[in-house]
Design a protein around this ligand. Structure first.
Ligand code: CTP
Ligand code: MG
Length: 258
């Protein structure tokens, strides 16, 4: 199958799009603007993330999922930052959970999109080689691909103490073998029809799914892992901002970039 022939077969147009959920508040980052609009080296995190997707030659469309009441503001913001090459950018309003935001982003995709990347705005520094590796694995036939890294820390499963017992020591239930675990990142790449089916069929209670590949797993479809990158870390807590600024400063020194 050539790059121009999607899973739908020869002769049909095939396009790769990236959906960027950026509708979260960033509660764990502390007070301030919505997380995706906070700046790194003076540039909004969302702009870094859009550039990271647009930097992959495969990606010709980026769908940004903005805070529910902030689509117009995000549209204006993105228009201030030209992209390195011809990439179409759509902005749609998001929802109350990440899962809902991704679903709304998928609904905005045109028919000719056959491969979809889902990428957190909160991972602004993912290198283009990681994006390309995910796209290549999907184009080679994997219906769902996630970049991931081995863990540094050992992980324990606990019985959480909540409500009146919050703050009490939590009993350990199990210690999974660390060598068998991976910490997953984004962009996660999918055959579009598979991801759409997951979002249509898989209901996730409470906060919703934090991981699209997990929803595809529930369909019984195989998900594969490719190597992630340490610079694809998620900006979640204040210390992550310090790390992100340091990565950009290093890039400036080593590549004369950013
Ligand atoms: N996200 C979204 N819509 C939501 C919630 C989250 O589009 N209703 C997006 C975030 O903008 C982020 C990505 O999902 O790019 C990963 O979520 P996370 O890191 O948890 O970001 P926030 O939900 O914003 O942060 P927090 O959980 O600390 O509030
Ligand atoms: Mg969140």
């Amino acid at each position: 199958m050539s790059a121009s022939e999607g899973p739908q077969g020869p002769g049909r147009p095939s396009r790769t799009a990236a959906v960027i959920p950026a509708a979260g508040r960033g509660v764990r980052l502390g007070p301030g603007a919505p997380k995706a609009l906070r700046t790194l080296r003076g540039i909004p995190m969302l702009v870094h993330a859009v550039r990271a997707m647009a930097g992959s030659r495969a990606v010709s469309l980026v769908v940004v999922v903005a805070p529910p009441d902030g689509a117009a503001e995000v549209r204006h913001l993105l228009d201030e930052y030209p992209l390195p090459r011809d990439t179409e950018v759509l902005v749609v309003p998001g929802g109350g959970t990440r899962q809902e935001s991704v679903r709304l982003g998928l609904a905005a995709l045109p028919d000719d999109v056959t491969t979809v990347l889902v990428h957190d705005a909160a991972r602004p520094l993912v290198p283009v080689d990681t994006v390309d590796a995910v796209v290549a694995a999907v184009r080679d036939g994997a219906p769902a691909v996630v970049p991931a890294l081995p863990l540094a820390d050992t992980v324990k499963q606990v019985e959480p103490r909540t409500g009146e017992r919050a703050g009490e020591p939590e009993p350990v239930v199990a210690t999974p073998e660390r060598a068998l675990l991976r910490a997953v990142q984004t962009p996660q790449g999918f055959d579009r029809a598979t991801l759409a089916e997951a979002h249509a069929k898989v209901a996730v209670a409470g906060e919703g799914a934090t991981d699209d590949a997990g929803m595809v797993e529930r369909l019984g479809v195989e998900v594969v892992v490719v190597p992630g990158h340490e610079e694809a870390f998620k900006v979640t807590r204040p210390l992550d901002l310090v790390l992100a600024e340091a990565v950009l400063a290093r890039r400036r020194v080593t590549d004369g970039f950013a």
